[in-house]
Design a protein around this ligand. Structure first.
Ligand code: MN
Ligand code: MN
Length: 316
């Protein structure tokens, strides 16, 4: 635990100037790549070359940062948690420089940059971008932390097999992560799976060892029982990947492949709050596509989920 002083990085005072002004950083925390003086790095990964249907998540990091401008660093939470910026040095790392159209080079670049961040002992919080980007982040985390448990919120299991000679897209991420032994499926959970996907892909994910909680099963289980299951499964280092399409399109329409009958915004907030106590080594929010986001409600939800995650770290 660090002791805050006047040099401590803090979000800009929300009443000291226009909260829509200044640098476009997450919650207006200072921009920095000084890894020696950071605990958490907010990292934008503006790439959607892995998208199989509607693109647009390349603008996700901008959308989430924009929507975060109105947020204040407090917590109205039953547990009265202290706001995270007092105990954690949170910087906005900016975006990883990627060139559109080159997926393999982009994934390699993400892995390289994330390796530097993680080796410095800084916990990455990534703003996507499409879900193909989680693979290189997991690869980088694996080098430092070893085999991980995955807590994966998504409408889709992202466990499909890519075509011959083209293994990478946003629906193949976790099949590759298992085959590369980045994650231990038996210690992992996929929550919110639903929609017009084949039953066989659900069976395949389960046969690989994943604990898969469909949206229908979640509706019966509820938040508390789902969290109990997550905490009983997760072993060792945990990576949390949150595809915003786990949430119902009524609450999160701004995404490329929405599926009806998903989680509410309240349910996903409570699930993220419930991650408190897990040994989380990395977190991402992916698949936010601002072009389909009327009134910025998806971006605002994504920004709040990042903040709720930071609160869970401040509590530990
Ligand atoms: Mn999805
Ligand atoms: Mn996904």
């Amino acid at each position: 635990m660090h002791v805050a002083d006047e040099t401590w990085p803090r979000p800009a005072d929300w009443q000291a100037g226009p909260p829509y002004g200044g640098a476009y950083t997450f919650m207006r925390v200072p921009p920095s790549r000084d890894l020696q003086h950071a605990d958490i790095a907010i990292i934008g990964i503006p790439f959607d070359g892995g998208t199989m249907y509607r693109s647009g998540t390349r603008l996700g990091p901008r959308g989430i940062r924009n929507a975060s401008g109105q947020m204040r660093p407090y917590a109205v939470d039953p547990q009265r948690l202290e706001e995270p910026f007092r105990s954690l040095r949170v910087f906005d790392y900016g975006d990883i420089e990627l060139y559109p159209g080159y997926i393999e080079q982009s994934l390699a670049r993400v892995e390289q940059e994330l390796t530097t961040v993680i080796e410095a002992g800084v916990l990455p919080v990534c703003l996507g971008g499409d879900h193909s980007l989680t693979l290189p982040v997991l690869r980088a985390c694996r080098k430092k932390h070893g085999l991980m448990s995955l807590i994966h919120f998504d409408a889709h299991p992202d466990f499909w097999e890519g075509g011959p000679g083209r293994p990478y897209h946003h629906g193949t991420t976790f099949r590759l992560a298992v085959s590369e032994q980045l994650i231990n499926p038996a210690g992992s959970a996929q929550i919110g799976i639903r929609g017009s996907i084949s039953a066989s892909i659900v069976d395949e994910a389960r046969q690989a060892g994943f604990n898969l909680i469909t949206a229908d099963e979640f509706a019966r289980l509820g938040v508390s029982a789902t969290l109990e299951r997550i905490h009983s499964l997760a072993r060792g280092p945990v990576y949390v990947s949150l595809d915003i399409d786990c949430v119902d399109p009524a609450f999160a329409p701004g995404t490329g492949t929405p599926e009806v009958a998903g989680l509410t915004s309240r349910e996903i907030v409570e699930l993220v709050r419930g991650l408190r106590g897990l040994s989380v080594v990395g977190f991402d929010v992916v698949e936010v596509a601002p072009a389909y986001d009327p009134a910025e409600i998806t971006c605002l939800l994504a920004a709040n989920l990042v903040y709720e995650f930071l609160l869970t770290l401040a509590a530990r």
